[in-house]
Write a protein that binds this ligand. Structure first.
Ligand SMILES: [Zn+2]
Length: 257
């Protein structure tokens, strides 16, 4: 099992591999830009070169780094901005030599949401055959695991899952890996977002909490992490706080595994 955190980019991107070592992480996730602003920003060549050099120097396998796409991208209701922003995300991943990109499937009110989302994603993804797209369960599309499964089937190759424990809880799923395995096939879950929840079971409110401080509780999280079935996956904390507090949570967690 690989344990890591979402590294916020108050630091510049090319320093992230060094932070990964400083905080003793097995893996890390980051945004390449502000996730709540349309920025259409491409990584420049010198940043990409330094990032890749630092990855090598710190001995980090690129498979242990994950980029989270902007929250504004809504594949289910695509505008030209969605297409270009998603393309920029994939291009940035390509430039940085990162193969795993986490994406929220979006939201829409029509009956053909899944069709629209899969068409948008398929269209962009085929231009980047080396990049894996990790579809995340959210409180919108993907609030049912069956939706994620249908999306993966419709999009085709290079699609995996990222399962967020907080999102599972607030969309009414208990942390039962056998149920999740039955629907998604556990081997397709490359990444877990390991978050406790401030909001109630089934509330559909997305409020992350520190591990053990929320309504999922430390015991359930420990139980999940000890399951033999999920030992090949990566786990990223997106809990409230800073890079330093999140990495402290990882150190505490390791003591119980
Ligand atoms: Zn997410």
């Amino acid at each position: 099992m690989k344990l890591g955190i979402h590294l916020s980019i108050e630091h510049i991107i090319d320093e992230l591999p060094i932070l990964c070592t400083t905080y003793k992480l097995d893996c890390f996730q980051f945004f390449t830009k502000s996730p709540r602003r349309w920025s259409q920003k491409l990584i420049d060549e010198s940043t990409a070169i330094t990032f890749k050099k630092n990855m090598q120097n710190q001995n980090i396998n690129p498979q242990n780094a994950f980029i989270h796409c902007s929250y504004l991208i809504n594949p289910a209701n695509p505008t030209s901005k969605t297409y270009s922003e998603l393309e920029y995300e994939l291009e940035n991943a390509y430039r940085l030599g990162i193969y795993n990109l986490v994406l929220h499937p979006g939201s829409c009110k029509d009956s053909d949401c899944l069709e629209k989302a899969s068409n948008t994603i398929k269209h962009i993804l085929k231009q980047y055959p080396n990049i894996n797209l990790l579809l995340e369960n959210t409180t919108r599309i993907g609030s049912t695991l069956e939706d994620l499964k249908i999306l993966k089937e419709k999009i085709g190759e290079n699609v995996f899952y990222c399962i967020d424990t907080c999102h599972l809880f607030v969309t009414g799923y208990i942390l039962d890996v056998d149920i999740i395995d039955k629907i998604l096939n556990i081997d397709n879950i490359k990444l877990w977002h390991l978050n406790d929840s401030k909001a109630a079971f089934g509330s559909k409110l997305d409020r992350h909490e520190k591990l053990g401080k929320g309504l999922i509780g430390f015991e359930n999280i420990k139980k999940l992490l000890r399951l033999p079935k999920i030992q090949n996956a990566s786990f990223i904390l997106e809990t409230p706080g800073t890079n330093a507090t999140r990495s402290k949570e990882i150190q505490i967690l390791r003591k119980y595994l």
